[in-house]
Design a protein around this ligand. Sequence first.
Ligand code: ATP
Ligand code: MG
Length: 418
Amino acid sequence: MITTAPRGTQDVLPQESYKWHFIEGKLMDLARRYGFSEVRTPTFEHTGLFDRGVGDTTDIVQKEMYTFQDKGSRSITLRPEGTAGVARCVLEHGLLNNPLPLKLSYLINCFRYEKPQAGRFREFRQFGAEVFGSQDPAVDAEVIALVADIFTTLGISDIALELNSIGCPNCRPAYHEKLRAYFAQHIDSLCPTCRERLEKNPLRILDCKNDSCKEVAKGAPLGIDNLCGECADHFASLKERLTAMDIPFTVNPQIVRGLDYYTKTVFEFVSTSIGAQGTVCGGGRYDGLLETLGGPSTPAIGFAVGLQRLLAVMENDGASLGEPPACDIFLASIGQGASVEAQKLALRLRRAGLHAESDVQGRSLKAQMKYADKLGARYTVVLGDDEVKTGQIKLKRMDDGQVEETTLEALPALLCEK
Ligand code: ATP
Ligand code: MG
C-alpha cells in the first residue's frame, strides 16, 4: 500500500514534467497579455467557504469534498475549485479598491472525491482566471476570447465552445417554478439527491450525472426561453461580440454548470477526442457570489481549464508540447587532476546558463562516453593532463561527430552561441 499512490492521484515523472512546464508557461504568458495577475491562495480553506461559495446543493459540496477536522477542531476542506478561495482573498485584502475590473489568474491543484476514470481524478490541476467588477458583456467576451486563444496557441483544433445563459435573480424564480412543476411530474425517475434538490434548487437537477435524471432533464423547460429582458439583451450582446471577434460558438441550452451562484453567461469548451470527460474548460458569470460571501455586491466572471484533460487533448491532436530539456555538454576526464578541472569547467558553463555534466563517479573513459550518450549530450569534451596544461580542447558534436578546436577559456561563450 505505502508504495502505491492513493487512488485518483498521479505522479508526474521526470521525463514528462517538461510538458507541464510548457503548458503552464504558455497559459501564464497568455493571461499576462490579457492583463491578468497571478494570485496564490491556500490549498485548504474553512469548509464553510465552499458550502457557501460553491453551494450546498452542488455535487461538489454534497459528495466530493475532502473535509476533515484539524487538531484545533476546525472543519477544513482541501479546495475542490479555485473561485471561492480567490473571492475570499479579494474580500479579505480589499482588492476591490484597486482600479476595476480586477483580473486575477491562478494555477492550482484541486481535490475532489470522485470515481477515478479517464479524465477524472481525485487530485487534478487547474488553470483559472477571474474578472471582478464589471457586468458588461464585453468582459464575458474578453474572458471567452482568452480561453479560445489558449486553445489556438496550444495548437488544439478539436475543441468547441458551447454557450448558454441561465438568467439572474430576476428571472430565476419564475423559471424555478416551471422546473419544479415539470420535475414534480417525473419525481419517481429522480435520484434521492435530486428529489431533495427539487424544493431547494431545481436548476441543479439539470446538472445531475445520474442517467435517469439526465433522461428526465432532456425534456425540462429551458432557461434560455425564460430570460428577463436584461439577461436576454446581455446574452445577445455577448453573441454579437463573439461573432465580431470570429470566435465560433454554439448555444447549448442544457449547460447549467456546477456552481450554485452562476448567473447569466455559462460556457464550456468541449473536445470529442478524449472520451466521456470531454469538458476541458468550464466557466461563467457569478454576479451573486461576493455578496453571498458577505462582501459588496460585485459582478464577476471566470473560468477554469482542467490541465490533465488539456494535456490529453494536446497529445491526441499531436500538438507540440515543447522539447525535453537536453544536456548541452558532457565533460569527460582522465585522471584526478583533469576531473577537478572538468568539475570547475562545469561550474563555469552552468553559470553561463548551460546544462553541463562532468564525471563525478571516477568512471573509465569508455563508461563516461556511454553515459554521455545516454544523457543525449549535444557536445562532449575529453580533458586529460595535456588539455589541462595547454588549455587547448576538442569540442565534439555528437550527432555528426564533427570536431572543433577551441580553448577552455572560450568554451562557455562558444557553446552559448550554438
Ligand atoms: P465535470 O462535469 O466533468 O465533472 P465540473 O463541472 O465538475 O466537470 P468544473 O468544476 O467546472 O468541472 O471544473 C473545471 C474543469 O476542471 C473541468 O472542465 C475539467 O477540465 C476539470 N476537472 C473537474 N473535475 C475534474 C476531475 N475530477 N479530474 C480532472 N479534471 C477535472
Ligand atoms: Mg464534476
